[in-house]
Design a binder for this molecule. Structure first.
Ligand code: DLL
Length: 436
């Protein structure tokens, strides 16, 4: 049962002081829990000369060493679990770009908390009992499938457990079942739009009102495109397997930053040296889950770049917001000494009307110099038959990219349908330098 018409639970609007007290109480609990039940943490903390009793205030957390993705991999599969295996009721995995997958586990209480957090997010964007919620992400090891499924079910929406792929059938089901809300990656949503059009169906007439999009970086201009194409309101959804999965942070109706749930996570933003940055400064997001029994990761380096927004939000929730993720420390491309994030390129392209919805970035090395080529699908009516029109468009895109990135790029215009499509997370960058 929801707490009120506007909020799923009362924790969303806890007065700041109470929220802080709750957070500190849980923070002390989780540190002690990790110390007492995970040999890895006992050793780590001892080596750093820190004891759980030393953590009295939020600032004291900085004494604790970070936990990294490598720590999880090194302790594959269950080495960082803080409860015996029989208390684990589910696992998920997340495969990164290299090496062993990260395995995450949940106790029954962890699952209950997680489902509740996801329900809180979905309720916040207006999902209610009357909604038909089509969940179009993988239901297997990826946390997005079951995570959103149970969250939407908890609210009482009718959940369509569609999973990924077979896009034409997805669209037919939307029409047959009266789907009002969808969940998928933003890149898959772009693909759905295109497939609907090829079926002679106008995406804005399908009847979807709410789009929950996440699991990969996307830009404000992509939001505009999706909202216009489907006539829906699009919300950014952030999470990672190591912190349960989706439901860590989510946009509210204001669509200005993602509320991050302070009763379940302790949040820090650090610079490249690992020092906590000043209020509102950009840096890497560090999270400590506060209620996780199975996997109490302390000061986990997410690799995601954002900033904290502490101003009050018009929606009334007292939890601060994070800015939409700028990129990941490990998907930053360094080209001729300049840092580039694929999301910056996306932002530029998605505001150019002649650019289609799909692009790819190819990095090569030409002698000592890195070359970056942006392949851009163009919308059909760009092909006027005049080469000079294409040349003009190419230069326009090049100039816009140069303004944003401070970097000269090659631009290659390609026909719609040329580049690979993705059902899950898009892989936009092909770095051929490593192979040369
Ligand atoms: O992607 C969990 C999730 C599922 C989130 C469904 C949202 C919706 P992982 O596969 O472990 O978990 O990948 C986590 O994906 O560290 C970010 O780098 C990236 N990511 C997730 N959401 C966003 C987002 C899920 N909204 C990693 N914007 C994270 C940008 C995102 N990046």
């Amino acid at each position: 049962m929801p707490y009120s018409d506007n909020y799923w639970c009362k924790e969303e609007i806890l007065p700041e002081k109470e929220l802080e007290e709750l957070q500190m109480k849980r923070l002390r609990w989780v540190i002690r829990h990790a110390y007492e039940n995970v040999p890895f943490y006992r050793r780590r903390l001892k080596e750093a000369g820190v004891h759980p009793d030393d953590i009295k205030r939020g600032e004291d957390v900085a004494k604790i060493p970070f936990t990294t993705k490598e720590d999880l991999r090194d302790n594959y599969p269950f080495g960082l679990f803080a409860v015996p295996k029989e208390k684990i009721v589910r696992i998920h995995t997340s495969s990164g770009t290299s090496g062993k997958p990260k395995v995450v586990g949940y106790t029954r209480a962890d699952l209950e908390n997680w489902v509740d957090m996801v329900a809180r997010c979905l309720y916040m964007v207006g999902i209610r009992e009357k909604d038909v919620f089509q969940n179009m992400v993988s239901y297997t090891f990826f946390t997005g499938g079951l995570g959103l499924h149970y969250g939407a079910e908890k609210i009482g929406a009718m959940v369509v457990p569609a999973g990924t792929g077979n896009t034409e059938r997805q669209i037919r089901y939307m029409l047959d079942f009266g789907t009002t809300a969808i969940h998928c990656t933003p890149s898959y949503a772009m693909h759905i739009k295109e497939v609907a059009e090829s079926m002679g169906i106008r995406p804005d007439e399908i009847g979807i009102k709410t789009g929950c999009f996440g699991a990969e970086p996307w830009s404000e201009n992509t939001r505009k495109r999706l909202e216009n194409a489907f006539n829906l309101k699009a919300f950014d959804s952030y999470g990672l397997s190591e912190m349960n999965g989706p439901g860590v942070a989510f946009e509210c109706q204001e669509q200005d930053g993602l509320h991050i749930w302070m009763d379940h996570y302790f949040v820090e933003i650090v610079d490249e040296e690992g020092e906590v940055v000043g209020d509102g400064e950009k840096g890497e997001l560090i999270l400590t889950p506060l209620t996780k029994e199975a996997l109490p990761l302390l000061r986990y380096r997410t690799g995601d770049l954002t900033k904290l927004m502490t101003e009050k939000c018009a929606c009334g929730r007292t939890h601060p917001r994070i800015h939409r993720i700028f990129g990941r420390t490990d998907d930053m491309i360094v080209v001729r000494g300049i840092n580039v994030f694929p999301s910056q390129i996306e932002h530029v392209l998605m505001r150019i009307p002649e650019a289609g919805d799909h692009f790819q970035v190819v990095i090569t090395r030409n002698g000592p110099l890195d070359e970056i080529t942006v392949k851009v699908e163009v919308v059909d009516d760009v092909f006027t038959g005049e080469l000079s029109d294409l040349e003009r468009l190419k230069r326009k895109i090049q100039n816009e990219l140069r303004k944003e990135l401070n970097l000269r790029t090659n631009v290659e215009l390609v026909e719609k349908g040329t580049l690979e499509r993705f059902r899950g997370k898009a892989r936009r960058v092909v770095d051929l330098r490593k192979e040369l």
